[in-house]
Ligand binder design. Structure first.
Ligand code: ATP
Ligand code: MG
Length: 177
């Protein structure tokens, strides 16, 4: 368990380069080694057989919660079910954060849900503001809102210099999923 005297901070991984979700999962790996209690909310389903779900389910101190937009959903074509899923994802994250039961909470792709207007920025900012002091929060996804960046303690922007996708190499098992 985390040292309750240690201040938890708010981290954001954004930008159009690869590495946002994997950075968050790297942080999870490190915290899990210190027996922190960890809750991860995936706002987007991703590929069903993505390796991290299988790996993370082996950690006794990591709880996974998966909601779901289709991978690469078209923002102009979001179904009511998907909207409801995003709302539930944020509710699950809020419950995990405010419960104080977790030391690290990850909201993977919440920035995309915000960008698509599936959840409200005010709700996310409230979550950031009202988190118990020991809880570390990590929020990922492209197009993070400036108000979230202002509220965060750590912001890293992944800048795409090159991505193999641009030369036609599709997502690879074990690397992208
Ligand atoms: P990763 O999960 O590999 O850390 P990410 O979280 O930074 O990537 P997302 O924005 O969530 O990236 O993108 C979803 C998928 O698209 C991932 O499989 C990712 O590897 C891939 N991807 C990331 N950046 C790019 C890019 N610039 N062009 C094409 N595909 C990308
Ligand atoms: Mg991602």
């Amino acid at each position: 368990m985390a040292d309750k005297k240690q201040q938890g901070l708010v981290q954001v991984f954004t930008g159009n380069g690869k590495g946002k979700t994997t950075a968050a999962l790297g942080a999870v790996l490190r915290a899990a080694g210190h027996d922190w209690k960890i809750y991860i909310v995936f706002f987007f389903k991703g590929k069903r057989d993505s390796g991290e779900f299988t790996s993370l389910s082996k950690f006794p101190n990591v709880v996974l919660s998966r909601f779901g937009l289709r991978p690469f959903a078209d923002p102009a074509d979001i179904t009511p079910t998907e909207k409801e899923q995003a709302r539930r994802a944020l509710a699950a994250a809020s419950e995990a954060v405010t419960s104080g039961r977790y030391d690290l909470v990850v909201l993977d792709e919440v920035n995309v849900a915000l960008d698509y207007k599936l959840v409200s920025l005010d709700d996310v900012l409230r979550l950031v503001r009202e988190k118990p002091s020991h809880v570390e929060l990590i929020l990922t996804g492209r197009h993070a809102d400036n108000r979230l960046l202002e509220a965060a303690d750590l912001v890293t922007e992944m800048v795409k210099v090159k991505h193999p996708f641009d030369k036609g190499i599709k997502a690879r098992k074990g690397i992208e999923y």
